[in-house]
Design a protein around this ligand. Structure first.
Ligand code: BEZ
Length: 191
């Protein structure tokens, strides 16, 4: 019996033992994944501070608070070390005077690496250096990027303001790694 389905769809369906409609369903569910936007609730996720034993739940961290969270492609990389992180250190007091309770730096790195990077920049008391070792938080935000020279999956460079666990400002670098809209002095903290 001849099939009227296009051969490519027949091939995919045969390979996966799914019917054509099931294959289409898989595609539409993948297409539904979209980056978070202003107004969205933060996804439930755990980050790590200093060691794998010290879990920080993102909802606990942000409930009832105003938090500035910025993400970097990698600890110790030149752009993150020379520009992105130092800008937040320099602006930490000003941001806190504007009503920000916590400033958090996130990277898809292990917690020891984040701690060592923070120690090098003397971030204690200014910025919390939180690790997303598996990238689960960044994947849930759909703000990841594949950077083979850094080992694969990483965070895009972005900043966000979180008000009581809801995203109220979001600045994602258009090319994923540039140093423009996500810099500390570009934040517009609304009272
Ligand atoms: C940086 O220097 O920030 C950087 C280096 C390589 C890839 C992404 C970012």
């Amino acid at each position: 019996m001849f099939s009227t389905r296009p051969s490519i769809i027949r091939g995919i369906a045969a390979l996966t033992s799914r019917t054509t409609s099931q294959v289409h369903k898989v595609h539409s569910s993948q297409a539904a994944m979209a980056a978070v936007k202003v107004g969205d609730q933060l996804p439930v996720s755990d980050l790590y501070e200093d060691s794998p034993a010290n879990k920080v739940n993102v909802c606990d961290l942000t409930a009832g608070k105003r938090v500035v969270l910025f993400a970097v492609p990698g600890a110790f990389t030149p752009g993150c070390s020379k520009t992105h992180l130092p800008g937040y250190i320099q602006n930490a007091e000003k941001l806190k005077s504007e009503g920000v309770d916590e400033i958090v730096c996130v990277s898809v790195n292990d917690p020891y690496v984040m701690a060592a990077w923070g120690a090098q920049h003397n971030t204690k008391g200014k910025i919390r250096m939180l690790a997303d070792p598996s990238g689960a938080f960044i994947k849930a935000l759909d703000l990841g990027i594949t950077l083979p020279p850094l080992g694969g999956f990483r965070a895009k460079r972005f900043s966000m303001v979180i008000t009581d666990s809801k995203i109220t400002e979001l600045n994602v670098e258009p090319d994923g790694t540039g140093l423009s809209c996500s810099l500390a002095d570009k934040l517009k903290i609304k009272k």
